[in-house]
Structure formats: structure tokens, C-alpha cells
Ligand binder design. Structure first.
Ligand SMILES: Nc1ncnc2c1ncn2[C@@H]1O[C@H](COP(=O)(O)OP(=O)(O)OP(=O)(O)O)[C@@H](O)[C@H]1O
Length: 306
């Protein structure tokens, strides 16, 4: 299966560097979340990978080849960049049939992707009558039409209802499990956390992180433990003996910061503290992402302060 390789990629629009010497690889068999604040350069990078724009310098390849060098590119890479791209006066089925014909894709694939994206009942309707969520599904159907080894999706959950969001999550996981290369940009952290294995994070055109999602979170958010007990005195003294501080909350539960549930559970058990609840509070992707981008903003602000 194919990797997407971005090497020293730079794109300047006049004096503005939208993408700045970016190097990363998107590997097959996992879902890579593509994150970064507004204007970080995600869409520009996707456009460069898809040959829709020319880099100022550097390269972006899919399975070692530039997109523009691929014969029948939809068979190699499927992309959803702009769900509004389909012609409003065509039916969903005709839109996909036209795409299949111009890319020498078997027409049976049209029915397969209509079924896969849940659009079969709406296939005879004109695209202009589609809701935002249906257009999004049509864009995803088009991306899957050529049964591609790589899939690039820009904000695929956009406009989808809760059922659609659950569906896209399963679809992304399945595409990765089939060995495909899956890159998904999103601003929704909870959503990204539900499907991504790996993250590539940009800030002001540069690479801020390229790491497994679990490592990304663990490196930035210290774990906490949530406790409820019938004996707060025994709890706080047992914790204090081991150098832990506990914070009490209005509803009576306690938080031990910077601590692992296994360690706290063991020491409270040894001390005979009666427990009603003992829960690991793992860091979230949102906390870790905000921590990284805040640090980046601080770094950006420093030269101006000097
Ligand atoms: N065609 C263009 N002409 C001039 N500047 C552009 C063009 N396309 C993008 N830019 C600029 O490049 C930078 C990166 O934009 P880009 O759209 O790639 O970011 P993004 O990470 O996708 O943002 P968002 O999350 O808002 O979609 C921004 O400063 C943007 O204004």
C-alpha cells in the first residue's frame, strides 16, 4: 500500500508563507488526523498533495509519484475537499457516473459507493436538493469511487447528523483496517480522538507534531485520579503520606493531580481507605491540542515582546 510523503514542502502566496518547509509521511493502515488552527496550512497542503496548486519548492508524492504523474488518479487517491463541488442540476448517480466514466472506473462502483454512503435512496434526486450532510456523503462517495489506496478528507463530519458522524467514524476505521492510507483534517477534537491513531499537527505552515495520538496526549496532559470515599480524613492522610495532594470538589469527590490510577488504587487499598469510586481521568486530545497551540502562540508572541 502507498504512503503520502511530503518533503520540504513550501508554498508562498506573495509574501505569505502558507506552508513552510514541511516534511511528514502519512502511512497506510491507520487513520492520521490532520490538525492545526485556522490558517495553519492544512488545506494548502492537501491541495499541493492533490496537484491542485504548485509548490514554491519541495515535493508531495503519493506512492512515490506526484499526483499529476498518476494515470487515472482517482484509482490511487480519493479526496473530499469541497462538498459543494458537484453540479447542482445533476442527480447524485449521474454525478458519480460522469466521474467514473472520465476515470475509466467500472460503472458498478457507482452503485456500490451509493450503497456504502447511504445515498442509494436519494440517487435519483438532483444534487441541488441535497442537504449539507447528503452533499458531504456524495463527496465521500466520489472519493471512494476508484477504490483508492489513499483517502484525503477535509472536515468529513461537516454537516453530518449524529448518525452520520458515527457512520463516518466506522468508515474511516474500516478504510484504515483495509490497509489504506487515510488522512483526515478536522477542527473537532472529540471527533478526531474517536477515529485517529496518529496525528500530524501544523501551526503557521510548520510541523508542530507527527506522533501517535496516545503519545501526543500523554506528553502534554498529566493523568488524574477521581475518588469518592466515606472517610475523607483517612483518604487525605494516606495520600499525604505518599506526597500526593488531593483537591476536594463541591459534590464531595476528590481529584489527585499528576497521578496514575494504579498507584493511587494500590496505596489506598494498602491503607484500608473505604472507596466508593476510583477512576482514571485520562487527558483528552482537546486539552493536549490546546496546550500545544497555546505554547506555539506564546512562542510566536515572544519576538514582538522583545
Ligand atoms: N489562494 C491563496 N492566496 C493567498 N493566500 C492564501 C491562499 N490560500 C491560502 N492562503 C493563505 O495561506 C494560509 C494557510 O491557509 P489554509 O487554508 O491552507 O489553512 P488551513 O489550515 O486549511 O485553515 P482552516 O482551518 O481555516 O481551513 C492562510 O494564511 C491563508 O490566508
Amino acid at each position: 500500500m502507498t504512503s503520502i510523503d511530503v518533503r520540504d514542502l513550501t508554498k508562498e502566496y506573495g509574501p505569505r508563507r502558507a506552508v513552510d518547509r514541511l516534511t511528514f509521511s502519512v502511512r497506510p493502515g491507520r487513520v492520521t488526523g490532520f490538525l492545526g488552527p485556522n490558517g495553519a496550512g492544512k488545506s494548502t497542503t492537501l491541495r499541493l498533495v492533490l496537484g491542485l496548486d504548485r509548490p514554491t519548492s519541495g515535493t508531495a508524492t503519493i506512492g512515490g509519484q506526484a499526483y499529476t504523474a498518476l494515470r487515472q488518479p482517482l484509482r490511487h487517491v480519493g479526496a473530499l475537499l469541497d462538498a459543494q463541488a458537484a453540479h447542482g442540476s445533476r442527480t447524485g448517480r449521474d454525478h458519480l457516473r460522469a466521474l467514473a466514466a472520465s476515470n475509466r472506473i467500472a460503472v458498478r462502483r457507482v452503485e456500490e459507493v451509493l450503497a456504502e454512503t447511504g445515498l442509494a435512496p436519494a440517487a435519483r434526486r438532483r444534487v441541488r436538493t441535497y442537504s449539507l450532510g447528503m452533499r458531504q456523503r456524495l463527496g465521500i462517495a466520489a472519493a471512494l469511487l476508484g477504490d483508492p489506496g489513499s483517502v484525503l478528507l477535509d472536515e468529513p463530519s461537516n454537516g453530518l447528523d449524529p448518525e452520520g458522524i458515527v457512520w463516518i467514524r466506522g468508515l474511516l476505521r474500516r478504510l484504515a483496517a483495509e490497509g489504506r492510507t487515510v488522512l483526515v483534517s478536522s477542527h473537532l477534537m472529540n471527533e478526531t480522538a474517536s477515529f485517529a491513531d496518529h496525528l500530524v499537527v501544523l501551526g503557521r505552515g510548520r510541523l508542530l507534531a507527527d506522533t501517535p495520538m496516545r503519545d501526543f496526549i500523554d506528553a502534554r496532559v498529566r493523568p488524574r485520579v477521581r475518588i469518592r470515599t466515606t472517610d475523607p480524613t483517612a483518604l487525605t492522610s494516606a495520600l499525604a503520606r505518599h506526597g500526593h495532594d488531593a483537591e476536594e470538589h463541591a459534590d464531595g469527590h476528590w481529584t489527585v493531580h499528576h497521578a496514575r490510577v494504579d498507584d493511587i488504587g494500590r496505596l489506598l487499598s494498602d491503607a484500608g481507605v473505604p472507596l466508593l469510586e476510583l477512576t482514571a481521568e485520562e487527558g483528552t486530545l482537546e486539552q493536549a491540542y490546546l496546550d500545544l497551540t497555546a505554547a506555539e502562540a506564546e512562542f510566536a508572541a515572544r519576538p514582538q515582546e522583545a
